[in-house]
Design a protein around this ligand. Structure first.
Ligand SMILES: Cc1cc2nc3c(=O)[nH]c(=O)nc-3n(C[C@H](O)[C@H](O)[C@H](O)COP(=O)(O)OP(=O)(O)OC[C@H]3O[C@@H](n4cnc5c(N)ncnc54)[C@H](O)[C@@H]3O)c2cc1C
Length: 480
């Protein structure tokens, strides 16, 4: 097992800890600290609700996921907490039995059947002229061979056992981890896994394979996820990979705050932080009652790193670290449509997640993945728009203008927009930052200047990664 590195600082039980950001990262860390006996933990959250990117507004009696939605079976901490706090059930959508994803590669829309993963999705491989010859048996063998090579590659570059971001790999490994993942697909002959990577990796907004640094493809595509996905697709496992919380993901975080009695201050926007060389840290914030100051011994930055440049008063090292991150744009549109048109797309438009995308709409689904015959009245659903660069005003206006025409092309006429959320999504280091070791530097900096880093900017954009990183922080730095 790798030994964790760290700045040598500790989180002490008598410390007054201020967590900035009441999303999954901040609330889960506050929960873990409380369980460990830390008595002075306060979470400051800008919005008037808990959950951040776990965002499940209720519309016409049903929760709709405007943020995090899928809970695969390897999300052990999330699933453990659902059971412990008695929050809803995981439901598996019916998508597997139906034709649900569309490729628009080269402009022409084409539907594919998820259920026939091996046969159907190989059509898409014709594009890269790497389709294994022969029948399904040959294709299956090609797929299994590629999976073996993939696991070997991941083990070599990220190691096994300890958290991949807890210990800096060799300079040579970091150089490989900075390469575009498609280079690794070529070098290690992983083409047979491309349909998997398009759906399970790009399909979740985790970057275009041609440009995303290999580190991020490897972080997300853990052996447990690859196995679960492929075994299910091959019909060798009946355990669903795609599951959703029937009462909405946000509910878990609300329940934790309520039942743990966590001190979460809502509607509190942190404006500045003063971290003098000695003495406590002072956080200045706008609150519903007006400006206020909070005094802490330690603070946890559980917000987007780039956004935190605005209030943290970062030192030179933090500035370099945070500015080296980039992000994508996810816009989630809660829409209503009179009915699901026959043949309307239900899940992914892979085109939006490839270079030279012609679509911004990357997927459409409702909480139950229900179908025309399941709903008689107006259908409500969430339409995702994705672009592989950070949001700005011009981009958001463009996405706004493209929503209805694109939805019409996908078979959804007469769309009414009920509400919209715009997210800066998947914060990550650029290839240059990965080559320079910045993803590991975050962990090495933990506790310096009485500042700790949690949430997706510190690790990876998923509930599971954010929670596992919190567990790592507790295991490494928190007083027992
Ligand atoms: C559309 C979408 C779909 C997703 N789908 C999935 C999925 O299917 N499965 C999955 O595992 N993950 C998914 N994710 C990712 C997952 O939601 C995130 O990785 C996770 O919620 C990140 O938690 P966080 O605490 O790091 O950040 P956030 O949830 O963004 O929390 C940060 C919090 O900080 C607050 N904040 C910011 N600035 C300030 C300030 N100045 N003062 C006070 N508070 C501030 C924000 O309001 C926010 O609540 C999805 C995300 C999105 C957007």
């Amino acid at each position: 097992m790798n030994e964790p590195t760290g700045a040598g600082a500790r989180l002490r039980k008598d410390s007054r800890i201020g967590i900035i950001g009441g999303g999954c990262g901040g609330v889960h860390l506050a929960h873990l600290l409380k369980q460990r006996g830390f008595a002075h933990v306060t979470v400051l959250e800008r919005e008037h609700r808990i959950g951040g990117k776990a965002c499940s507004p209720i519309h016409r009696g049903f929760p709709h996921e405007m943020g995090a939605c899928y809970i695969p079976p390897h999300y052990s901490e999330f699933i453990r907490l659902m059971a412990r706090y008695g929050v809803g059930r995981l439901t598996a959508p019916k998508v597997y039995e139906r034709s649900v994803f569309t490729t628009a590669l080269g402009g022409g829309l084409r539907e594919h059947h998820l259920a026939s993963f091996v046969q159907g999705t190989y059509d898409a491989l014709a594009r890269v002229d790497k389709m294994p010859r022969g029948g399904n048996l040959m294709r299956l063998l090609a797929l299994l061979g590629a999976i073996r090579r993939y696991h070997r590659l991941r083990r070599r570059l990220l190691g096994q056992g300890y958290h991949p971001l807890a210990r800096r790999p060799s300079t040579a490994a970091m150089a490989e981890l900075a390469l575009p993942f498609m280079d690794m697909v070529e070098r290690h002959r992983l083409h047979a896994m491309l349909p998997y990577f398009w759906l399970a990796s790009s399909g979740q907004g985790y970057g275009v394979l041609e440009t995303i640094p290999t580190l991020y493809a490897l972080l997300w595509n853990q052996p447990a996820l690859v196995s679960a996905f492929v075994l299910t697709r091959l019909g060798l496992s009946r355990r669903p990979v795609v599951q959703m919380v029937d009462v909405g993901t946000q509910t878990l975080f609300e329940r934790i705050v309520e039942e743990d009695g966590l001190d979460v201050r809502l509607g509190v926007t942190v404006r500045s932080v003063a971290r003098p060389a000695s003495g406590p840290v002072t956080v200045t914030a706008e609150t519903p009652e007006g400006p206020a100051e909070f005094v802490f011994d330690d603070i946890v930055v559980a917000t987007d790193f780039r956004a935190s440049l605005q209030f943290l008063g970062p030192d030179a090292n933090e500035t370099e670290l945070f500015q080296a991150q980039t992000a994508s744009t996810f816009v989630t549109n809660l829409i209503e449509t009179p009915r699901w048109a026959a043949g309307a797309l239900k899940a992914y438009v892979i085109d939006a997640l490839t270079p030279g995308a012609t679509f911004s709409v990357a997927g459409v689904r409702d909480i139950h993945f229900s179908w025309p015959d399941a709903q008689s009245d107006r259908c409500a659903a969430v339409a995702y728009q994705y672009v592989d660069r950070p949001p700005d005003a011009a981009l958001l206006a463009d996405l706004d203008a493209r929503l209805r025409p694109e939805m019409a092309r996908l078979g959804f006429a007469d769309v009414t927009l009920v509400q919209r959320r715009q997210w800066s999504y998947f914060p990550r280091f650029t290839a240059d930052g990965v080559a320079r070791g910045l993803p590991w530097e975050v962990f090495e900096r933990q506790g310096r200047n009485r500042t700790w880093y949690a949430g997706s900017s510190a690790c990876f954009e998923s509930l599971n990664d954010v929670m596992n990183y919190n567990l790592l922080l507790m295991q490494t730095f928190a007083e027992a």
